[in-house]
Design a protein. Structure first.
Length: 93
């Protein structure tokens, strides 16, 4: 018998809280040189990732950072991208 703590109703909330705890963030602002470690802490294998930003510079920054994450820790992602314009975008596949 499942408990409320691991029921389908709370699983997503519990998973999100665990990811944020792993990231160890205290503020919403992350230094640019910490982005790879942050992505490795937040993204799990098989996650759906939408690679977009408020502007092209943000999307490019995120694409470059994703190419630097450890494939052993982050793999089998389902990527959602509107444009494949940079070499880094293709490297993600």
């Amino acid at each position: 018998m499942s408990t409320i703590a691991d029921s389908p109703w709370t699983r997503q909330r519990t998973n999100r809280a665990a990811r944020l705890a792993r990231a160890g963030m205290r503020t919403k602002v992350v230094p640019a040189n910490d982005i790879v470690a942050l992505l490795e802490a937040l993204i799990e294998p098989g996650d759906r990732v939408c690679l977009e930003g408020d502007n092209q510079k943000q999307a490019d920054f995120l694409a470059r950072a994703l190419t630097q994450v450890s494939p052993e820790r982050v793999h089998d992602l389902h990527m959602v991208q509107s444009v494949l314009s940079l070499p880094e975008h293709r490297d993600l596949f």
